[in-house]
Ligand binder design. Structure first.
Ligand code: ZN
Length: 456
């Protein structure tokens, strides 16, 4: 993982947030290649979940929402991490995580009293990870929502508005709008990619647990009790998407939740085997019954029942099947899976990101063989301008060809084109060499066929 973090910084995928001010914990910025990779992942997800599904539509809801939304969702009352404070050094620990480390099953859904009981029974085994002392306070639930004063001009924090603790609430808020303004009938789905914020006490594992992140969510609205088959189909569909990105199936596994929230029927995570940390959640798939829409109906007072257009007597609150993927987590999984170090024939090592061409930040790099031959440079620039209309391309005439190939290998560029003297005249005129990233094999291709050649 250290090698991947280092590559991310060195090659402009990920920068630590606010770095020139010494950084800010749990925040990262996507650099020039990072944002291209991120956008390609999002596009692949969006195509799979909106454009390729006849009964799904997209949404982009405002981040700020009416404060009551987060009361209805349970985030104001119950969205918290159990913390204890070291009385010697004031370091705060996540009690559930510390208990898990010593083999005691605990999670953040347990009550404060339950966690206090477990913590007290195991205090002798838990040390402060900063000062090594064992003198902790009791366990307190610390709410993770991030507050803002948007629209509150009292200066007294009287009407706190929250940044989204999860991205999906906007889908529930617009359920009625979508039913009223589209021809969709239950079962139908809504997909959204949105930001979420959590006041994590200990952000960790690079992009895995951050304070600001993006989530890609789908919610399928189904008739009550019509959940089981649809849930299995969604699980299979999501698994297949990971394989379509080129992620190795041996690095993926399913994990069923043991402690379900009271309204849920079932919950599974897709886990990825991260280097150094091991398996952890990339995406959760949840069978949530009618809880979400019922809560918003109760708190808003608006009737969110669905009327069957074929049978107006039939009214019900749809059940929800949800998928929720962490964008930073899939980004890290894609990078980890693609990261490869190979030993070349002459004994050098070659770092290659074996990204699927669909995801690679740059589809094609174009090199003139020599920098100081204007006719080669001009032809290479001409090809670059033409291909850039359809693909993300990069022009590079800096250093020898071997170095340029290495630079592109490190960012995962699947194709490198070289414009040489044969391109300009002779029996190979108007052809270029195209080099395959994974095999390093070179073939000559007609310039006229390049667009076709680069399509995934
Ligand atoms: Zn301490």
């Amino acid at each position: 993982m250290e090698d991947i973090v280092s590559l991310c910084k060195r090659r402009g995928f990920i920068y630590p947030g606010s770095e020139i001010y010494g950084g800010e914990a749990g925040l990262y910025d996507f650099g020039p290649y990072g944002v291209e990779l991120l956008n390609n992942i999002k596009q692949s997800w969006w195509r799979a979940n909106v454009h390729l599904k006849e009964n799904y539509v997209g949404l982009d809801s405002a981040m700020f929402k009416h404060p009551r939304v987060w009361e209805a969702s349970g985030h104001v009352g119950g969205f918290s991490d159990p913390l204890a404070e070291c009385k010697k050094c004031n370091n705060r620990i996540r009690v559930d995580k510390e208990l898990e480390k010593i083999g005691v099953t605990a999670d953040e859904k347990m009550s404060e009293a339950q966690l206090n009981g477990l913590f007290d029974a195991n205090r002798a085994k838990i040390k402060c990870n900063v000062c090594g002392q064992q003198d902790f306070s009791g366990v307190h639930a610390f709410n993770l929502l991030v507050k803002s004063n948007l629209g509150d001009f009292t200066g007294q924090d009287e009407r706190p508005v929250y940044l989204p603790g999860e991205a999906c609430q906007g889908i529930y808020l617009n359920f009625k709008n979508i039913v009223d303004t589209t021809r969709l009938k239950v079962p139908f789905g809504v997909a959204q990619i949105g930001k979420a914020f959590r006041n994590e006490i200990s952000p960790r594992n690079f992009l895995f647990r951050t304070r600001e992140f993006e989530q890609a969510d789908t919610q399928l609205f189904v008739k009550p009790n019509h959940n089981v088959e649809a849930y299995e189909a969604i699980k299979q569909d999501r698994w297949n998407w990971y394989l379509s990105l080129g992620i190795k199936e041996t690095n993926l596994r399913w994990k069923q939740h043991e402690n379900l929230v009271f309204y849920a029927k079932d919950a599974w995570d897709i886990e990825y085997k991260y280097p150094s940390y091991g398996y952890d959640e990339v995406e959760g798939i949840h069978d949530r019954t009618d809880y979400d829409l019922s809560q918003h109906m109760k708190f808003s007072g608006v009737d969110l029942n669905y009327t069957n257009p074929q049978n107006p007597q039939e009214k019900y609150i749809p059940w929800v099947l949800e998928t929720s993927m962490g964008m930073g987590r899939i980004f890290l999984a894609v990078l980890s899976d693609a990261y490869t170090v190979e030993v070349t024939d002459n004994g050098d090592s070659r770092t290659v990101l074996k990204l699927s061409p669909e995801l690679a930040p740059v589809r094609c790099a174009i090199f003139p063989l020599l920098k100081n031959k204007p006719e080669l440079v001009a032809k290479a620039r001409e090809i670059y301008a033409a291909l850039s209309k359809n693909f993300v391309c990069e022009f590079d005439d800096n250093g020898n060809i071997g170095k340029r190939y290495r630079r592109q290998d490190e960012i995962g560029t699947p194709y490198c084109l070289v414009v040489d003297f044969d391109t300009l005249e002779g029996d190979k005129v108007d052809t270029v060499t195209i080099r395959d990233r994974d095999t390093s094999e070179q073939t000559r291709v007609n310039i006229a066929d390049l667009n076709q050649h680069l399509v995934v």
